[in-house]
Ligand binder design. Sequence first.
Ligand SMILES: Cc1ncc(COP(=O)(O)OP(=O)(O)O)c(N)n1
Ligand SMILES: Cc1nc(C(=O)O)sc1CCOP(=O)(O)O
Ligand SMILES: [Mg+2]
Length: 213
Amino acid sequence: MSEVMQASFPVMEGGIGPLYPVVDDVRWIARLLPLGVKTVQLRIKDPAHPELEAQIIDAIRLGREHNAQVFINDYWQLALRHGAYGVHLGQEDLDIADLDALRQANIRLGVSTRTAAELQRGLALAPSYVAIGHIFPTPTKDMPTSPQGVAQLKAHLGTVAGRYPTVAIGGIDLTNVADVWQTGVSCVAVVRAVTAAADLEQALAAFADKLVR
Ligand SMILES: Cc1ncc(COP(=O)(O)OP(=O)(O)O)c(N)n1
Ligand SMILES: Cc1nc(C(=O)O)sc1CCOP(=O)(O)O
Ligand SMILES: [Mg+2]
């Protein structure tokens, strides 16, 4: 199917946010879901990770057990094979993924975007959500582009115009999340703000206090 005549990817029945932890080990998911986190992503960047498939299987199972929305980053074939709730794909991933197979399997799709052109490409896929990043500098991932900042995020949200849930990612923590949230973005995705928190429950509670509308 061409990218100009797309069927939509499924809507996320439970909504998306407001906090979306992105973690590199299923053990984080096992800790986060009992604490009430409803959307989470397993992002293991090493394709040779010895437990890759086992962790994906566990993450999907935990999502089912907790009625949570677990996205698998990058490994769309494993997500398909094991019936994942959702997959998250970046622009380079979209070049190679079998989007029709994902649609047929009713898997939710989240897409990353860094520029206006990438946003248009993402929206044309009628995804389950569209991510916009990176908002602030981050050491978590090497970025080919500069941080977009809150004003640019707001401009991108204008382009989306409420058609799809939106996710802001990159350098977001408790000190700057209020500025991000006031843009009207649907959800905030974080890595370090959760995985490097001294007290996980306290960090989740602090985000919950700030992410109210
Ligand atoms: C919610 C969310 N947004 C963006 C990304 C980045 O995806 P991608 O550009 O494919 O980069 P990698 O995460 O694969 O390194 C994401 N994972 N999640
Ligand atoms: C995985 C990822 N994707 C990004 C994007 O902009 O697409 S930024 C990012 C890492 C975000 O990590 P932290 O919350 O620790 O800054
Ligand atoms: Mg990717």
